[in-house]
Design a protein around this ligand. Structure first.
Ligand code: ADP
Ligand code: MG
Length: 292
């Protein structure tokens, strides 16, 4: 019997660090010895480029437009440490349904048993933030992915996108949909940002998989077209991605989250706003007392 492939989907607000985190996660998993495929599902098609020295790959939709018969292998490109890279692609800007790429790509791979053939341990779908159309909900709704993780900072709009994602997961949780593995907290540096994201996880009955600081090493690596795991393997940041990879490899049971209703989320945010105000006035008062 073929071994069980762990299929994971990563969602989160646009620009929050999904592709950066996903690519570093794939790289770290491959360094741990796992066979990984990263499946970029964003119509921007930029998910896998730091795994391929900054090079963009032809997408599934582009390839299908050019050829009449497409085999799954035509759209798989190898990247860092043998990671298999796929980009589903999207329509020309302003034309057609953005979710079409992911539906087409998933169908192509389903028909062709490629995952078993490649003897994969992990398939990681780098999806997007706001699940605005059916195509993007597909990995959740149809249970194509087993575990969903959200990349989120402590900023309200990011938390808001994660809360919406949790609503989507809950909706399909009784009909074979994917369940929530947890939150990957990205760009978390100041003490209060950690408190905010911890509190959001507690309120929605989920967990933080890892806290990832905002780091100049990530920026430097990206400017060289590489993941941090590849460009700075001995850095503190690479160790954090490796710790994340170990936790995700060990993660077995995901669950249904408890998203907040919009009025609850607003009340939660307002209470944090008050706390930050107090914190700020405390810091100012403390500064005056200390003569700073
Ligand atoms: P998304 O895929 O969610 O749209 P990206 O992964 O493309 O977002 O990230 C957006 C930008 O933020 C990139 O330029 C990336 O380098 C930067 N970034 C993400 N996470 C970090 C981090 N932990 N430290 C520094 N820069 C980061
Ligand atoms: Mg992205």
């Amino acid at each position: 019997m073929a071994k069980k492939i762990k299929q994971i989907a990563i969602y989160g607000k646009g620009g929050i660090g999904k592709s950066t985190t996903t690519s570093n996660l794939s790289a770290a998993l491959s360094v741990l010895g796992f066979k990984v495929m990263q499946f970029g599902c964003d119509p921007k098609s930029d998910s896998t480029n730091t795994l391929r020295a900054g090079q963009y790959i032809p997408t599934v939709l582009d390839t299908i437009r050019e050829k009449t018969v497409v085999k799954a292998h035509d759209v798989i490109y190898q990247g860092f440490n043998g990671i298999y890279c796929v980009e589903s692609g999207g329509p020309a800007p302003g034309v057609g349904c953005a979710g079409r790429g992911i539906i087409t790509a998933v169908e192509l791979f389903k028909q062709q048993k490629v995952f078993d053939e490649l003897d994969l341990d992990f398939v990681i779908y780098d999806v997007l933030g706001d699940v605005v159309c059916g195509g993007f909900a597909m990995p959740i709704r149809e249970g194509i992915a087993e575990h969903v993780f959200t990349v989120s900072s402590s900023d309200f709009m990011s938390v808001y996108a994660s809360n919406n994602l949790f609503k989507g997961i809950k909706k399909y949780s009784n009909s074979g949909g994917a369940l929530l593995g947890g939150i990957i907290a990205n760009s978390i540096n100041a003490g209060y940002s950690r408190d905010i994201i911890d509190d959001f996880a507690a309120r929605t009955k989920t967990r933080i998989m890892e806290y990832i600081p905002r780091s100049i090493t990530v920026t430097q690596s990206e400017l060289r077209g590489k993941t941090t795991v590849e460009a700075a393997p001995d850095s503190e940041q690479a160790k954090i991605y490796s710790a994340l990879a170990e936790k995700i490899a060990a993660h077995e049971v995901s669950d249904t989250p408890s998203p907040l209703e919009i009025h609850e989320l607003q009340a939660w945010a307002a209470s944090w706003s008050d706390q930050l105000l107090e914190l700020e006035s405390g810091v100012v008062a403390g500064g005056i007392k200390a003569g700073i």
